[in-house]
Design a protein around this ligand. Structure first.
Ligand code: RIB
Ligand code: CA
Length: 315
C-alpha cells in the first residue's frame, strides 16, 4: 500500500503524542515530516517531545521546529492538562536531533516537490506554522489534497467559554487557512468529546500488547487528569481523531458547512462560528458559502479499536 504523503504539525502535548504514534503506525499514511510549534507547552519542550515520540517509534521521520508564538497576541500554555513537561510528566528517551531549518520552510519545500493535490497536512496545534506556509507561497495550496485541523468548536470552548485552545492560541493563523482556498476539514471539540477515554478503554488499550510505544502511550494517558466538563468520568482524546479522519475516514461523518473564526480582542477571541444549519443564509441574506468539511460524529468503538491496533503495531 502506498500511503498518503503526509505532514503533521503539532504541539506535543499528551494527545499529540498519541496522534503521532497512530499516524506512524498506520500504513495508510506516509508521514514524511513532523513540524512543531509552541502550544501546550513552550517550543523547546514541544520540540523535544516530538523528537522523543518519533524516536521511540524508531522511524527516520525528520522533526523540524517552528513558531514559538502566535502571529499576534500572547502565547498561552496548557500545562494543567499536559503537565509541565507537556506529556503528563512521563519521561521518554531523548529522540534524534531536530532536522535543521524552520517548520514553514520545510513544509513549503515538501509541497514544492509534491504533485497537484498530493499532500495531506494534519494540524494538531496552533496553526501558526501552516499559516506561514500559505502566507509566503499561496500557490502551494494546489498541492494539498486535504488539510485536517483539530481546532475549534460549535459548542463551548475549553480555554475560554467560547474558544478551543488551538483556535484561541492563534485565531489569525486559522483565519488565514480558512481564506487560503485550501480543502479544510475540521475536527472540533464536539467531535473529540466522542473519543472519550475511560478507565475501561485505557485498560483495553494497555492489554493490546507489550511494545514500548503502546506502553508509553498508556502511561501518558494514565497521567491526563479527568475532565470536570465530563464529571471527572474520563477525558476526551483530541488529536488522534484528526489522524483517524485521514487513516480511516469512514469512522467519521462529515458535512460541508460555512466556518469563521473571531480575531478581535474581547471575550469571543478564537471562537469558531460553524453554521451547521444555514442560519447565515436566513439571518440577513448575507449568506456564506460552505468552506470546510466538518466532522460531526465518530464511531468511538471503531476509533479505539483502530488506535489499539496501530499502537500495538509499533515497536
Ligand atoms: O483543544 C485541544 C487541542 O489543544 C489539542 O490539540 C491539544 O493538544 C491542544 O493542542
Ligand atoms: Ca495538540
Amino acid at each position: 500500500m502506498t500511503g498518503r504523503l503526509t505532514v503533521i504539525d503539532c504541539d506535543p502535548g499528551t494527545d499529540d503524542a498519541l496522534a503521532l504514534w497512530l499516524a506512524l503506525g498506520s500504513p495508510e499514511l506516509d508521514v514524511r515530516l513532523v513540524t512543531v510549534a509552541g502550544g501546550n507547552v513552550g517550543l523547546e519542550l514541544t520540540l523535544a517531545n516530538a523528537r522523543a515520540v518519533v524516536g521511540l517509534a524508531g522511524l527516520p521521520v525528520p522533526v523540524v521546529g517552528g513558531a514559538d508564538r502566535p502571529l499576534l497576541g500572547r502565547y498561552v500554555s496548557e500545562t494543567r492538562v499536559h503537565a509541565a513537561n507537556g506529556i503528563g510528566g512521563i519521561t521518554l528517551p531523548e529522540g534524534p536531533p531536530a532536522a535543521p531549518g524552520v517548520a514553514s520552510d520545510a513544509i513549503r519545500d515538501l509541497l514544492r516537490r509534491a504533485g497537484p493535490g498530493e499532500a495531506t497536512l494534519i494540524g494538531l496545534g496552533p496553526a501558526t506554522n501552516l499559516a506561514l506556509v500559505f502566507a509566503t507561497e499561496p500557490a502551494l495550496a494546489d498541492r494539498v489534497r486535504e488539510i485536517i485541523l483539530m481546532t475549534g468548536a460549535w459548542g463551548e470552548g475549553n480555554i475560554t467559554p467560547g474558544a478551543e485552545f488551538n483556535a484561541a492560541s492563534d485565531p489569525e493563523a486559522l483565519a488565514m487557512l480558512l481564506a487560503a482556498g485550501l480543502p479544510v476539514s475540521l475536527v472540533t471539540l464536539d467531535l473529540t468529546a466522542q473519543a472519550f477515554v475511560t478507565p475501561e478503554r485505557l485498560a483495553a488499550l494497555r492489554a493490546r500488547g507489550e511494545g514500548r510505544c503502546l506502553g508509553a502511550a498508556c502511561d501518558i494517558l494514565a497521567a491526563v487528569p479527568t475532565s470536570r466538563r465530563f464529571g471527572f468520568a474520563g477525558f476526551p482524546l483530541h488529536d488522534p481523531c484528526a489522524v483517524a479522519l485521514a487513516v480511516r475516514p469512514e469512522l467519521l461523518a462529515v458535512r460541508e458547512v460555512a466556518a469563521r473564526v473571531e480575531c478581535g480582542e474581547g471575550p469571543g477571541r478564537g471562537r469558531t462560528h460553524l453554521d451547521r444549519w444555514d442560519r447565515w443564509d436566513r439571518w440577513d441574506r448575507w449568506g456564506a458559502p460552505a468552506n470546510v468539511r466538518l466532522a460531526e460524529t465518530l464511531d468511538a468503538d471503531g476509533f479505539f479499536a483502530l488506535l489499539g491496533e496501530r499502537l500495538a503495531a509499533l515497536p
